[in-house]
Design a protein. Structure first.
Length: 253
């Protein structure tokens, strides 16, 4: 068994959509912290949030509440804060020093994340912020499209990991293009590993597409899953949904 095959993929639950529902009323329910506690009690290994500048879902108090919860009750659990480091992400990094910061090149008004960073264009402006985050003890992951040729540049700019943007794979599921699209992710992950980067993955992953993705793309450290996870949890509950996603990961081992 190769070292990549020995990698155990962690499930990091993205709670954006719990906050989105909560924000539609002034009642404080559903609780973001309560959702985190239920998912962690069921075995999730991480929590991810993406506090966008317009606070459409995760708000600053959610980030600090979750940081305090994990530090107090779940010290082994990874906290991953996503965002654009040229907008509001670095404020959270400096204040809370999460285990990981995922740099995402979203505009402030973008409806959702839909692309990764570009190299060499983004390298010079990213380098000092990556260095600052790492100097604070925060692992840095760059949100990237599955482009093998960019992975060496991601390493050169100082990042620890890449997060492969998996919407393209999810959209290809069940189409004649699926195998070719998945092959691009395999090549991108292999190039990332060869460059000395860790590999995360996320966006539009679900119970349907997670196992085949992880069977093909070996050595993924973390999958961060939110939209499909919360949709499933509305039907199954947080604990059963967490167990289902952990089973999808185990089935790929
Ligand atoms: C970076 C990424 O693909 C997702 O983590 C992102 O958080 C999705 O954001 P929304 O939940 O606002 O769609
Ligand atoms: N980085 C991906 C993430 O955190 C959640 O993305 P999605 O599952 O909500 O599409």
């Amino acid at each position: 068994m190769s070292n990549l095959d020995r990698t155990i993929t962690s499930l990091s639950v993205n709670l954006n959509k719990v906050a989105l529902v909560r924000n539609t009323r002034h009642l404080g329910i559903p609780s973001v912290v309560g959702a985190a506690q239920a998912c962690l009690a069921a075995g999730a290994q991480g929590i991810t949030v993406h506090p966008r500048p317009d606070a459409r879902h995760i708000r600053a108090h959610d980030v600090s509440d979750l940081s305090q919860l994990l530090a107090r009750d779940w010290p082994a659990i990874e906290f991953n804060i996503e965002g654009n480091p040229f907008h509001n992400l670095m404020d959270f990094v400096r204040e809370l020093k999460p285990h990981q910061a995922t740099f995402v090149p979203d505009s402030e008004t973008q409806s959702t994340s839909d692309h990764g960073w570009s190299f060499p264009e983004d390298a010079d402006r990213l380098r000092p912020l990556i260095a600052e985050a790492k100097a604070l003890g925060v692992r840095v992951s760059l949100f990237m499209d599955p482009i093998p040729e960019m992975m060496a540049a991601v390493k050169a700019v100082g990042a620890d990991r890449v997060e492969l943007y998996t919407e393209g794979y999810a959209a290809s599921r069940g189409t004649p293009q699926e195998d070719a699209v998945l092959a691009r992710y395999v090549a991108a992950a292999q190039a990332a590993h060869a460059a000395g980067l860790g590999v995360n993955a996320g966006h539009d992953l679900s119970r349907d597409n997670l196992t085949p993705f992880l069977r093909a793309v070996r050595g993924v450290h973390e999958v961060s899953i939110g939209h499909a996870f919360v949709a499933d949890a509305l039907e199954l509950g947080y604990a059963a949904t967490t167990r289902d996603y952990l089973r999808c990961i185990a089935d790929a081992a």
